[in-house]
Design a protein around this ligand. Sequence first.
Ligand SMILES: [Zn+2]
Length: 357
Amino acid sequence: MPNLARLAARGEVGRAAVIPPGMAPGSDVGNMSILGYDPARFHTGRAPIEAAALGLRLPPDRVAYRCNLSTVGDDGTMIDFAGGHPSTEDATEVIRALDAALGSGVGADIEFHPGVQYRHILVAPADWADASCTPPHDLSDKPAVWPTGAAASKLQAVMEASREIVGSFGLQANQVWLWGQGFQPQMPSFEAQTGCRAALVTAVDLIRGLGVLTDIERVEVPGATGWFDTDYEGKRDAALRALQDGTDLFLIHVEATDEAGHAGNLDEKIKALEAWDRRILADLVAGLDDMGPWRLLLLPDHPTPVELKTHTTDSVPYLLVDSAVDGPGGTYTEPATATCTDVPGHDLMAKLVQRTG
Ligand SMILES: [Zn+2]
């Protein structure tokens, strides 16, 4: 990764704690940190961020749940948290039928909102929030752990009633699984927080949702897939175009490295990292140089080690480069930053956008 190595040699490398102690190492938490918002203060759950990505604004007396189309065996085993990956088109029909039978369609005070593929949203009254739910992807091939707590019986009733409706569509999915609930977080806009007008590109709903909640413009790149085949150059060019048009800050998000980690696929992980270097950084830096002084912050939202195939809470290496100021220089790798003192991840944004001189 020669471009990254050159940037690291002229910048500042260190380690950032993007996942606050005691919080789950999800992309929602990590990216909130990266945008400069302390998750310990602002994070209320995963579902309200995804609800925001769907354009749902929740009043204070409504709670959002993630509603997976999932496959649960008759013996109670979580066979597939993603319900055999239904198409968005098929899934939308199922979610509409659920709303017609169990939700607003029959005057109930819950609403089903279709999202993407197996990922949907249930909105319910505030008192439905009082439950402890297990993310279905943590239950793969294990006995499904049903919700507990004061609202558990209501959630369980919906999940059980959904079996007849979901099952009638002949998909692999046979019921909904509710989890990740929260009220809409009250986040000040990014511009109010930093004085910068920002935009972002991503293929991931959670990050789009964070953009909605903080009034960061979402730029769509058709080839952005959230997968190994994503359009790296398209994302890079979207960034350069936006910055040229007067946007102060642009966030490029690439999911491929994380997916390679989940798949335990070392080759794809290396390819994705090298693609960052060759297909984004090289011409990004050249383009930025043409525009005048710039700063760049580069870091992952959490580790996803190939060996573990899941996220960990470990701190991550970060790189901060100022085109006009030589930094101490360093090497951007986990081992090279292993002895650095962790800085809170949400403090880095202030450093990136600080006014100097
Ligand atoms: Zn992941």
